[in-house]
Write a protein that binds this ligand. Structure first.
Ligand code: ATP
Length: 454
């Protein structure tokens, strides 16, 4: 698959595939759901976990200049006063006087309600932070917020991390975790939700070197998506206009993906300057400056932030991997001309890497198939499946994007101690001795990795 000419897919197809195959379900579905909150099923949780693990690998484990952190969701409310989120993290919003639907002003054209043509209220500012209470008493003094970004947990820990790791600038702190925003117009499935996961890294550097690092982290981000299979032509970098910049930033660029409905932001790489550290210094009265041993200078570091959404990234991988083709009739159960839906995930993104399938549930085959599964499961993310016909099982694995299926048949147990490896993309079947299976699987995955590079 040197050239990846995949089918365009619409969002409804992805939503129904996600439900059918246990990728994403609507939250609290039996109660009619809850506004723009989604749950990841058994396949989706593996997909999203792969996204997060690969980001962590690329950011923290493969680099000498970045360390990790896992800060709490609840923070002292002073944090949000200092960061500007209490006063600035707002969207102008209008409400329809008739149907009471709310819209972000910048998302609507015209002066009437897009849903019922009713009259709209004057715009008012709406804070996107969720509020709750800490402790037993529900009073103003007990208000705490669910964090709307993970970044502040990093800023308030800057000195803790710098001093305990004895890091010299430049260095970064990375974190993955949940964030919450009471979005006025959420939507597009898991693209914009009210509870989501962010993968953020704050890179602390000397003032004056920030522009160069900003460029570096934009390239790094685009490379990450391509490395795991997103096609280059579906990605673009968009630099923000001055008027779009968040309150803390002097320069921002989005990495965008062409989703089924158009271009949408996957990640923002911002130059946050020394805004956050200075704001926390001022409000907390604590010194968060850095002493540069080499130049004997003391300064407040500048910060470059690549901020990526794990859910949006998972959606981009899903949309980018989607393909349909005419099914090979030999694999049944359908007729010639039937459609084969296949997710052509990069092997490291695929929720299941290898499926082990006995040809049938025959008592001769099952024990050997289980033994084969036991060989592979410590090495790869595997699934064992012996229900229904082999053709249906291949289809199921194609629909969740499993790169390789290993089939155990009568020849395996009666003749040659070998199994068949079926390749998702090429539909080739090669026979390998069980003794060489793990090695052969590794080799095939390596070839697929190269083919998937975006
Ligand atoms: P948007 O303009 O799309 O609302 P944003 O510019 O406010 O997003 P940032 O504050 O830059 O987003 O957050 C960094 C990343 O976090 C985004 O690029 C996105 O991937 C993710 N993200 C932000 N808001 C949401 C959300 N409501 N649902 C899912 N992911 C989100």
């Amino acid at each position: 698959m040197a050239e990846r000419k995949l089918k365009r897919v619409d969002l409804d197809t992805l939503v129904s595939l996600s439900k059918r195959r246990g990728i994403v379900f609507q939250s609290s579905e039996i109660y009619g759901g809850v506004g723009s909150v989604w749950d990841y099923g058994p396949i989706g949780v593996e997909l999203k976990r792969n996204v997060k693990n690969l980001w962590w690998q690329a950011m923290v484990r493969e680099r000498d200049d970045i360390v990790g952190l896992d800060a709490a969701i609840l923070m002292n409310p002073e944090v949000w006063a200092a960061s500007g989120h209490i006063s600035n993290f707002t969207d102008p919003m209008v409400e329809c006087k008739k149907c009471h639907h709310r819209f972000r002003v910048d998302n609507i054209q015209g002066k009437a309600c897009p849903d019922c043509a009713g009259e709209l209220t004057e715009p008012r500012m709406f804070n996107l932070m969720f509020k709750t209470f800490m402790g037993a008493v529900e009073e103003e003094a007990a208000v705490v917020y669910l964090r709307p970004e993970t970044a502040q947990g990093i800023f308030v820990n800057f000195s803790n991390v710098q001093q305990t790791t004895r890091r010299k600038l430049p260095f970064g702190i990375a974190q993955i975790g949940k964030s919450f925003r009471n979005e006025i117009t959420p939507g597009n499935f898991i693209f914009r939700t009210r509870e989501f996961e962010q993968m953020e890294m704050e890179f602390f550097c000397k003032p004056g070197t920030d522009e160069e690092w900003h460029r570096f982290w934009i390239h790094f981000s685009v490379d990450f998506f391509k490395r795991y299979g997103i096609r280059g032509e579906k990605l673009r970098v968009r630099h923000h206009e001055e008027s779009e910049l968040p309150h803390y930033s002097t320069g921002s660029a989005d990495v965008e993906y062409e989703f089924p409905w158009g271009w949408g932001e996957l990640e923002t790489i911002s130059d946050r300057t020394d805004f956050d550290l200075k704001a926390h210094m001022q409000r907390s009265g604590k010194d968060l400056s850095y002493f540069d041993e080499e130049t004997k200078e003391r300064y407040v570091p500048f910060v470059i932030e690549p901020a990526m959404g794990a859910d949006r990234t998972a959606l981009a991988f899903l949309a980018d991997a989607y393909d349909e083709e005419e099914a090979a009739p030999a694999e049944g159960p359908g007729k010639a001309g039937d459609k084969r839906v296949v997710l052509r995930f990069h092997p490291d993104i695929a929720p299941v890497t290898v499926a082990v399938l006995p040809l049938s549930r025959n008592e001769k085959l099952v024990p050997t198939a289980k033994k084969v599964h036991d060989i592979l499961r410590p090495l790869f993310n595997t699934q064992y499946d012996d229900s229904q016909s082999i053709g249906r099982r291949y289809r199921r694995q194609d629909e969740i994007g499993t790169p390789l299926c290993v089939t155990v048949d009568f020849e395996t147990v009666e003749k040659d101690d070998s199994v068949t490896i079926r390749n998702r993309d090429l539909m080739t079947q090669v026979r390998v001795p069980i003794a060489r299976l793990a090695e052969a699987v590794r080799e095939q995955l390596d070839v697929m990795r190269k083919d998937c590079h975006g």
